[in-house]
Write a protein that binds this ligand. Structure first.
Ligand code: GSH
Length: 242
């Protein structure tokens, strides 16, 4: 048998898991993968098991976790169906990995150009959205308050919300969109799943309703995605720490 990516102190619920196993916490990054799993369960009956950790205890910095994800951050997806359990780190890579279970392209696209749009928006949020909004939260919560850092990340996150508004409003294409990627008005896809869990938290990030009125199409998109049952399951009680 091929060697497994587990150490002596890897929790039994991780080592004994069959099929897909998600190690997560109910944060925006955890929610991305939780939501796509729930969507796949709705359509295909996909099954997986979950370990919820508490990152405030630094469980994610222990050796067993670093063996699965050297970056020491949640979430991590482990596919035990491979002959040696296969760990996937980085949320966008995890979403793309999960698309292999989406045979009928409910959350991806058969057309390579539309699929590339999905990847563009997934990368956009991963590289240009989450790091800014994440740092905004970090500096807002920090004991040592840095106005300079807060302003920098506040402005940049607001700018990035504006980029999403350009896409959703169709300002330069003349065609408003309902979802980020796909022809015409777009189609709900992993691109939306990768972006929504962060953007929906705009109030927690300190933006006012007045500021967000600049982004009417983005606000409508937040509501549209929030209306999906699988999305609500993916951010729901089952992922909260006991
Ligand atoms: N780029 C990573 C970011 C993951 C991330 O920042 N996770 C946070 C929770 S939202 C975390 O594990 N924080 C705990 C820590 O940094 O130790 C991804 O997309 O997977």
């Amino acid at each position: 048998m091929a060697s497994q990516p587990y150490l002596e102190d890897t929790p039994a619920e991780v080592t004994k898991a069959k099929g897909l196993h998600l190690i997560t916490q109910n944060t925006p990054n955890g929610q991305k993968v939780q939501i796509l799993l729930e969507e796949l369960a709705s359509v295909y009956g996909l099954e997986w098991t979950t370990t919820i950790i508490d990152t405030s205890t630094n469980e994610q910095k222990k050796d067993w976790f670093l063996r699965l994800n050297p970056n020491g951050r949640i979430p991590v997806l482990v596919d035990n169906a491979e002959s040696s359990a296969f760990p996937v780190m980085e949320t966008s890579a995890e979403l793309l990995y999960l698309l292999k279970f989406d045979k009928d392209n409910h959350f991806g696209f058969a057309d390579p150009l539309e699929q590339n749009e999905l990847i563009q928006w997934l990368f956009f949020w991963h590289g240009s959205g989450a790091p800014y909004q994440g740092n905004l939260g970090f500096f807002r919560r920090a004991q040592e308050q840095s106005e300079f850092a807060i302003n920098r990340f506040r402005k940049e996150t607001y700018r990035v919300f504006g980029v999403l508004e350009i896409q959703m409003s169709g300002r330069y294409t003349g065609r408003p969109k309902e979802f980020l990627a796909g022809k015409g008005k777009g189609k709900y896809s992993a691109a939306d799943v990768g972006t929504w869990p962060w953007v929906k938290n705009w109030a927690l990030s300190g933006y006012t309703e007045e500021e967000m009125q600049e982004f009417p199409h983005l606000l409508e998109w937040i509501e549209r995605v929030a209306g999906r049952e699988a999305v609500q399951r993916g951010i729901g009680d089952k992922y909260k720490l006991p």
